[in-house]
Design a protein around this ligand. Structure first.
Ligand code: ADP
Length: 175
């Protein structure tokens, strides 16, 4: 399994699944969520509404899968990251759950290539470095890691690009 770090817009990545940092309503929002719904078109929202009608949205730490509509990816896996408060409200554990849930769904759907944004680090204010460490660690220790061909961490800005590269280049070990 290959890990790649790129600076790009996740809506333009051609992979089996891109990951969306969604909210519990699944009805779209700002940041990466807004960009995915805007560019992917109504088909994504239609799928989200069906899921909402069935299970009432998506809990923090869970994930759901939909079409990617007009995007070059095949699927969107929507996960809901925690809002960072003071770090004492299980934020780290919940973010780990996001990665676990996404990888489980990916395996169930025979997805081999996935692109992740830095979940929770925009509007939800999770510290970027800690979030990137969790992301890389959860992929590294995943029992499913050998089932994937490629995992891409898509950085929207230079700051995230540097953070991910610094972690990968260091002998990073998450505790
Ligand atoms: P959250 O509500 O989970 O914090 P945001 O969308 O605000 O979600 O931010 C999550 C991450 O996604 C941030 O690192 C932000 O820079 C990044 N991001 C925003 N738009 C895009 C995009 N089009 N492609 C990739 N990453 C993006």
């Amino acid at each position: 399994m290959e890990i790649e770090i790129i600076k790009a817009d996740i809506t333009e990545i051609q992979v089996d699944a891109i990951v969306n940092a969604a909210n519990t309503s699944l009805l779209g929002g700002g940041g990466v969520d807004g960009a995915i719904h805007r560019k992917g078109g109504k088909a994504i929202l239609d799928d989200c509404v069906k899921i909402r009608n069935k299970q009432g949205g998506c809990k923090v730490g869970d994930a759901v899968i939909t079409t990617a509509g007009n995007l070059p990816a095949k699927y969107v896996i929507h996960t809901v990251g925690p809002v960072w408060n003071d770090g004492k409200n299980f934020e780290e554990e919940l973010l780990k759950c996001c990665y676990l849930s996404v990888l489980e769904l990916a395996v169930e759907n025979n997805i081999k290539t996935i692109a992740f944004p830095n979940i929770s680090t925009g509007i939800y204010k999770f510290p970027k470095e800690l979030a990137a460490e969790i992301a890389i660690n959860m992929i590294s220790i995943s029992e499913h890691r050998e089932q994937f061909e490629k995992i891409i961490f898509v950085c929207f800005d230079d700051e995230n690009f540097k953070i991910y590269n610094d972690i990968i280049e260091s002998d990073f070990e998450y505790k």
